[in-house]
Ligand binder design. Structure first.
Ligand code: XMP
Length: 506
């Protein structure tokens, strides 16, 4: 095998994750002994090197909450996208993560009292819930009017689904047991247990619904242990901003909402706009960490580190939905970009994020082996329950969710903020740098994230290292060896020579 420096020196073309393998090392520890704690930025440490991308089909509050805290393992972090109608909407998503208390469902699916039982069945079919709060607006935040559960509609004949109103079957407000906003989880559990109820609506002083507590979630949450918490014990969350002049107002709102880290979201970080904004944020809000990018060269990295970046995001055109390299003729293969930028950033004490092109768990381990401290994923998370958007059935009978590039025409037309990432907001002629696609249903992140984490731990165990620090030190001092893969070797490394097989989703 060869050292990482030799591997990149020997090859005059760019390399990416698929072009190499890491040699196995000696195992004398259990897989659980692998500690994945890492630096997101100079000051922020997270327990798993996983970040969800600030894309409008990937990260809103639900994904961010799940990334930061999930069952039995440690936390990563979610970055709320910037493609909302107003900056206040984005700040509200940050607040939802900050206000999150384990076991509290803060965006429960609701229904109106004059909706029909048929409407309720549709909600049930789509979201699978068993107890639905009834509010005057049909949404969380509306006045609580009642609660309707499966038991309330058990005996209604199918022929009457359409004509029976929710108000006729629901348990009305005056017969409902509810909790106030200040209620703590153990007390909520006691109430549910004592009253033998499945759901406990939480209301504010105006009797508006603010959350729902589910007995089943509570049972699960008893063994929620380690998560990504800030100093106040709230979950950590990031948010993306763009380089427009009015971003300053957005930054103010996000900081007020308690954001821990901002990502300046741009396809090419080396711009006068980004440098100006970055310096302004660092001067104005010294407590907020700022991730700058995207970059793929050392020169870009130097510019942003000199301007105050607390971490860098690496990638240009390597994402699954990206067409930047084809349309702009600009970009870099992700392996070379991560190796070159990470090596330079390490010499300046700045952590880097490998952003895009992660197809499976092995790609995460490879990205880290090239020097990344964390890995950002879009496509890999887009088909999960926690990603925004609803599932739909594809023509081939598969359950699908939409996933779109932030530089796709679709996303740019949705809100102009998406255009700023690609410097096209003032232009009537749009040049797309991404596509709109679909992803297969991957189920819940509560299962998928533990799978990713355990998968990385297995990779580290095979390499013979117990932590990211150890991996990075041994990569840079040449102890860990790499080898390039020929095209035939790549074919051999994949599934081959079978009549048929089914690839596991994870
Ligand atoms: P994956 O491979 O995880 O990539 O799906 C997600 C990353 O891709 C970037 N991104 C884009 N790049 N055109 C691009 O060239 C786009 O429309 C686009 N949208 C997202 C972004 O860095 C994201 O984290």
């Amino acid at each position: 095998g060869i050292s990482i420096t030799e591997m990149f020196k020997a090859h005059n073309t760019s390399l990416t994750y698929n072009d190499f393998n890491i040699f196995p090392g000696f195992i004398d520890f259990a897989v659980h002994a692998v500690d994945l704690t890492t630096h997101l930025t100079k000051k922020i440490t997270i327990r798993a090197p996983l970040i969800s991308s600030p894309m409008d089909t990937v990260t809103e509050h639900e994904m961010a909450i799940t990334m930061a805290c999930h069952l039995q393992l440690h936390g990563g972090i979610g970055i709320i996208h910037a493609n909302f109608p107003t900056p206040a909407d984005q700040a509200n998503e940050v607040s939802k993560v900050k206000r999150y208390k384990q076991g509290f469902i803060i965006s429960p699916q609701c229904i109106k009292s004059d909706d029909s039982v048929l409407d309720l069945f549709e909600i049930k079919q789509k979201f699978g819930f068993t107890g639905t709060p009834v509010t005057d607006t049909g949404k969380v935040g509306g006045k609580l009017l009642g609660l309707v559960t499966s038991r309330d509609i058990d005996f209604i004949k199918e022929s009457r689904y359409k004509t029976t109103k929710i108000s006729e079957v629901m348990v009305p407000r005056d017969r409902l047991i509810t909790g106030g906003e200040e209620l703590e989880l153990p007390d909520a559990y006691n109430i549910l247990e004592k009253e033998k109820k499945g759901k406990l609506p939480i209301v504010n002083a105006n009797d508006e619904l603010v959350a729902l507590i589910a007995r089943t979630d509570l049972k699960k949450s008893r063994d929620f242990p380690q998560s990504s918490y800030d100093k106040k014990g709230q979950l950590m969350v990031g948010a993306a901003i763009n380089t427009r002049e009015n971003s300053k107002k957005t930054v103010e709102l996000l900081v007020e909402a308690g954001v821990d880290v901002l990502i300046i979201d741009s396809s090419n970080g080396a711009s006068a706009y980004q440098v100006k904004l970055l310096k302004w944020i660092k001067e104005t809000y010294s407590q907020v960490e700022v991730i700058a990018g995207n970059v793929v060269t050392m020169k870009q990295a130097k510019l942003l580190i000199d301007s105050g970046a607390d971490a860098l995001r690496i990638g240009m055109g390597s994402g699954s939905i990206c067409i930047t390299q084809e349309v702009m003729a600009v970009g870099r293969a992700q392996g070379s970009a991560v190796f070159q930028v990470a090596r330079y950033a390490r010499s300046r004490g700045v952590p880097v994020i490998a952003d895009g092109g992660i197809r499976d768990v092995g790609y995460i381990t490879k990205a880290i082996s090239l020097g990344a401290s964390t890995v950002m994923m879009g496509g890999l998370l887009a088909g999960t329950n926690e990603a925004p958007g609803e599932y739909f059935w594809g023509p081939n009978g598969l359950r699908l969710k939409k996933y779109r590039g932030m530089g796709s025409i679709d996303a740019m037309e949705a809100h102009s903020t998406s255009q700023d990432r690609y410097f096209t907001s003032d232009d009537a002629i749009k040049v797309a740098q991404g596509v709109t696609a679909t992803m297969r249903d991957r189920g819940t992140c509560h299962k998928f994230l533990p799978y990713l984490i355990r998968g990385i731990q297995h990779g580290f165990q095979d390499i013979g290292v117990r932590s990211l620090n150890e991996l990075h030190s041994k990569v840079y001092d040449g102890t860990i060896k790499f080898e390039l893969r020929s095209q035939n070797a790549q074919l051999e490394g994949g599934v081959h020579s079978l009549h048929s097989y089914e690839k596991p989703m994870y």
